[in-house]
Design a protein around this ligand. Structure first.
Ligand code: FUB
Length: 355
């Protein structure tokens, strides 16, 4: 129905109204493109997103989940990944681009299978990609591959990094030019198989009232290809100054180490595994010790929870995954992002998972 009392709009009014509606459309489009817990890509399954800003742009180094006939078990055999893709995000819209295969298991002489959660960093214009995989003896190790581009392709070193074992490497570049490698994971990640620098096939876990297994940290060598020192345990204390216990499944370390720095404070975050949360602890040094603070991300759809945290344009973002894209299959995940808030006291506001 038309309103016959309405006066026709003048050309100037039409122009203004068009401009307003364009502005509204732009706003709506910008809002719809803001990170709102939607999969960043849907044409492949992705997980374990490690995000970094290189040259003013966000790059994401995820695992590339695949369909498999492998058995679904606590060793994680269903996570049968064979290569890595790198994603980058448009500077304004956050729309993701898949840059294709950056490293494949066939191109890593020492690796047999299970290319799990990776990370990357940049030093002197070169890019270093750290990744765990099972070697031919069935033991998880951590390797490094190098490229002149943040999107690869990466060329792997002939052997894994000496002194490394277990999974989930994360690299942190401190303001003084030092680079630290964090890693470790229990159950499928095999941390429970290592004692006195030796691999033992039998799993051994501490009693519930004993300190939990600790993640590891070591400074990287100047050439970024080896450890510059023996790995050290990361100590995580509770509010009473006691080390978190193995039976404290709600808070103790399981896998997915990450380190970020905010207001001169170091935040070590990780997954609690069988209680499915991302939690964090803070400290004054990249080596720790750290004091447990609280939850960052509550459980998501799917068993695993794995994240990274990065600052971009004066905002902080959490990258994480869930299994919504596959309707809940734990080994077929999709990476997502969300803004993350540190409050005025430096506490991180916990996020619910959005499905
Ligand atoms: O993606 C395989 C494994 O699942 C990762 O290494 C763990 O952190 C968990 O996300």
């Amino acid at each position: 129905m038309s309103n016959h009392n309405e006066q026709p709009l003048s050309p100037l009014e039409i122009e203004l109204s068009d401009a307003q509606s364009k502005q509204q459309q732009d706003l709506a489009r910008a809002q719809s493109l803001q990170p709102k817990h939607r999969p960043l890509v849907e044409h492949i399954y992705t997980a374990d997103p490690s995000a970094h800003v290189f040259n003013g742009k966000i790059y994401i180094y995820p695992s590339h989940d695949i369909q498999t006939d492998a058995e679904i078990n606590d060793n994680g055999e269903q996570f049968a990944m064979r290569d890595y893709h790198v994603l980058s995000l448009d500077r304004d819209t956050f729309e993701a681009t898949d840059h294709g295969v950056a490293l494949s298991v066939e191109d890593v002489p020492w690796a047999q299978m299970q290319m799990w959660a990776p990370d990357a960093t940049r030093k002197n214009g070169r890019y270093y990609f750290y990744f765990p995989a099972r070697a031919y003896d069935g033991i998880f190790r951590i390797g490094v591959a190098v490229s002149d581009s943040p999107t690869g392709p990466f060329t792997a070193q002939d052997n894994y990094i000496e002194g490394t074992y277990s999974i989930d490497p994360a690299v942190f570049a401190d303001d003084d030019g030092s680079y630290y490698l964090y890693w470790g994971g229990i159950w499928g990640g095999q941390l429970q198989n290592w004692r006195d620098g030796q691999f033992h096939p039998r799993d051994i876990y501490p009693a519930d009232d004993q300190p939990a297994y600790a993640p590891l940290v070591a400074k990287l060598s100047d050439d970024m290809l080896s450890l510059a020192e023996s790995p050290k345990d990361i100590l995580i204390y509770d509010e009473n100054g006691k080390l978190l216990r193995a039976g404290d499944n709600q808070r103790r370390f399981f896998e997915a180490s990450w380190l970020h720095k905010h207001n001169q404070q170091y935040y070590f975050s990780y997954s609690t595994g069988d209680t499915h949360k991302i939690v964090y602890a803070t400290g004054k040094s990249p080596y720790g010790p750290f004091t447990y603070q609280g939850v960052i991300l509550n459980p998501v759809l799917g068993w695993t929870n794995h994240h990274s945290i990065v600052q971009y344009n004066n905002k902080w973002f959490l990258f994480y995954h869930d299994s919504t894209l596959s309707g809940g299959q734990t080994h077929l995940r999709c990476v997502k992002m969300s803004e993350l808030i540190h409050d005025s006291e430096g506490k991180i506001l916990p996020l619910q998972a959005y499905e």
